[in-house]
Design a protein around this ligand. Structure first.
Ligand code: HEC
Ligand code: HEC
Length: 374
């Protein structure tokens, strides 16, 4: 123990003496390392969503968040300085983009539809196939993907290290010179601050249904109602969306409770989704359940952008669920392999309810915009 402390002491001395050495390439001197801590309670609407589980080694700071924001919008993160994270994740579309697939570097296309980005601090799994568990690991994928930013990390570290704004801000945020480890932490901070909480839906949910119009109210009842078929009319009385898209986040985040599911799109899987990650045949065709907040602006829909409009999505759940799909969610199979066959009125009601989920304050919040465009 004592020995450990001595070694630690030597290390700290060693580090602090590095700090003072003007010749040391890793640390500037004198350091202006005085980051301004940001209280997570000012970022997250604890009363509505609860406090997310946060990484203990990456406290929010004003400088860290701003550094992350610059990095997010900076095309120098890609090999030929042409593509930034913001190229495929656009604020006005809740950080998705209105294209089936996105165009990355050299005109290459992504294999899946660009994800919307908000309330990520509440998510336990990232990407459509749930292959990443932390944001700081997630960010390295697009940077290095040959069809997205095609960058190598050593080259990126060098490029950041000769860019004045990063020399300044890595020092301010982390007391370090630019490096890809702190880069991933800054991006993690910025991504976690993307909070969507001000839709009309989040204003009345869970209790104040009196704030809804009649059609929205009927839509809410469908969305939150269990599927039951009326004996007389044969029509579905509820559409059971809430099991997978329920709660204030309009998203089930527990992977085992509908957070990763097969919603009956396909019988044969061209994209095995989660199954390709786990290697388990029972996981083929399962994908991360997206939040429905801001759903009006994040089309086209599904992992492959196959549906252009919300009407097409509703038609899928109403009329075209593939009950023969081998891994269909047990929650959907429980409908007794019977299509909901919603009436035009029910479809319109469901859509009206989904439209209450748009958060225009989020889509225009200046704190999330491109800091290079002022
Ligand atoms: C060329 C377009 C493109 C670029 C550039 C890009 N992304 Fe993405 N992003 C996507 C696509 C497509 C997906 C879905 C991929 C998948 O699931 O396999 C995605 C998914 C994500 C997700 C997962 C969201 C979730 O809820 O699971 C995060 C987070 C993310 N991107 C952040 C970033 C960051 C940060 C950068 C910059 C370092 C970036 N992206 C650059 C297209 C892009
Ligand atoms: C068993 C869980 C489950 C149920 C029940 C469910 N969904 Fe989904 N939903 C998903 C999954 C998983 C996806 C993503 C599937 C994919 O991309 O392959 C999804 C995708 C969507 C999307 C597209 C989201 C996007 O960003 O592309 C919409 C819209 C949607 N669902 C609406 C609904 C509605 C409305 C209902 C009720 C009628 C419903 N869902 C019921 C699991 C479910």
């Amino acid at each position: 123990m004592k020995q450990g402390l001595i070694i630690l002491g030597v290390l700290i001395l060693g580090l602090s003496s590095c700090r003072k050495d003007p010749e040391d390439p890793l640390h500037k001197t004198p350091s202006s390392y005085k980051p301004t801590l940001v209280d997570p309670a000012t970022i997250f609407p604890v009363g509505k969503f609860g406090m997310p589980q946060l990484p203990s080694d990456n406290p929010f700071t004003e400088e860290g968040i701003y550094l992350g924001r610059m990095l997010f919008y900076d095309p120098i993160l890609s090999f030929d300085s042409s593509i930034s994270c913001g190229s495929c994740h656009k604020q006005e579309y809740a950080f998705a983009e209105p294209k089936k697939f996105s165009t990355g570097i050299f005109g290459l296309q992504t294999g899946r539809n660009s994800s919307s980005l908000y309330n990520l601090a509440y998510s336990r799994k990232f990407f459509w196939d749930a292959r990443q568990s932390t944001l700081r690991e997630q960010v390295f994928e697009p940077i290095q993907a040959h069809n997205e930013m095609a960058m190598t990390l050593p080259f990126l570290a060098k490029r950041l290290a000769r860019t004045d704004r990063y020399i300044e801000y890595f020092d301010k945020a982390f007391g370090s010179n630019p490096n890809v480890f702190d880069m991933s932490k800054a991006l993690e901070q910025f991504l976690m601050t993307l909070v969507s909480k001000d839709s009309r839906f989040n204003g009345f949910f869970p209790g104040k249904f009196s704030l809804l119009s009649d059609t929205e109210k009927r839509g809410a009842l469908l969305f939150n109602g269990l599927v039951d078929f009326d004996m007389v009319t044969g029509l579905a009385t509820g559409t059971d969306c809430f099991h997978c898209h329920g709660g204030a986040l309009a998203q089930q985040n527990n992977p085992d409770m509908g957070g990763i599911a097969n919603n009956g799109l396909d019988g044969n899987f061209t994209d095995k989704g989660y199954g390709a990650i786990t290697g388990n045949p029972a996981d083929r065709g399962l994908f991360k359940t997206p939040s429905l907040l801001n759903i009006a602006v994040t089309g086209p829909y599904m992992h492959d952008g196959r549906f252009a409009t919300l009407d097409e999505v509703i038609d899928h759940y109403s009329d075209n669920v593939n009950y023969l799909s081998p891994t269909i969610s047990p929650m959907m199979a429980a409908h007794g392999n019977k299509q909901l066959k919603l009436t035009p009125q029910q479809k319109a009601d469901l859509k009206a309810f989904l439209l209450t989920m748009t958060d225009s304050a989020f889509l225009t919040n200046p704190a999330y915009s491109n800091p290079f465009k002022k």
